[in-house]
Design a protein around this ligand. Structure first.
Ligand SMILES: [Zn+2]
Length: 124
């Protein structure tokens, strides 16, 4: 039998399901005590994983992430994490060929104007 490559498994703090690391987004508590999104998955610090899914993020930000990281997540932190999470998901979806993966679901995060689009004609 050929050697089977193992994908590291991590638990989503939002729903508690175990998933391959690549389907999850990592959050890290920095040594300074801030909670940040970690797109590379390589930052130092205590980490927690959340599915790349708005529902799981909502649940994670509703106390579970703070519990997993053993530090408070302020509303300001949570807002920053939502933004970073949305940006990361967009970047990931852009890299994936749509025919290989299921169609990306619309983000159920707060709508936000696209950078550089739609504003061009606003001012003369
Ligand atoms: Zn989840």
């Amino acid at each position: 039998m050929p050697h089977v490559k193992r994908v590291p498994q991590r638990t989503c703090v939002g729903c508690g399901e175990v998933e391959g690391k690549r389907e999850l987004v990592r959050f890290v508590r920095t040594p300074e005590g801030a909670v940040v999104c970690d797109p590379t998955g390589k930052r130092n610090g205590r980490g927690a994983y959340v599915h790349s899914d708005g529902d799981c993020l909502d649940r994670a930000l509703d106390g579970r992430l703070a519990h997993a990281l053993r530090c408070p997540v302020t509303p300001e932190d949570a807002e920053g994490l939502r933004q970073a999470f949305a940006d990361l998901l967009k970047a990931r979806q852009a890299k994936r060929p749509p025919q290989v993966h299921r169609a990306p679901e619309p983000l159920r995060l707060q709508p936000r104007p696209r950078r550089g689009a739609g504003r061009r004609a606003a001012r003369p």
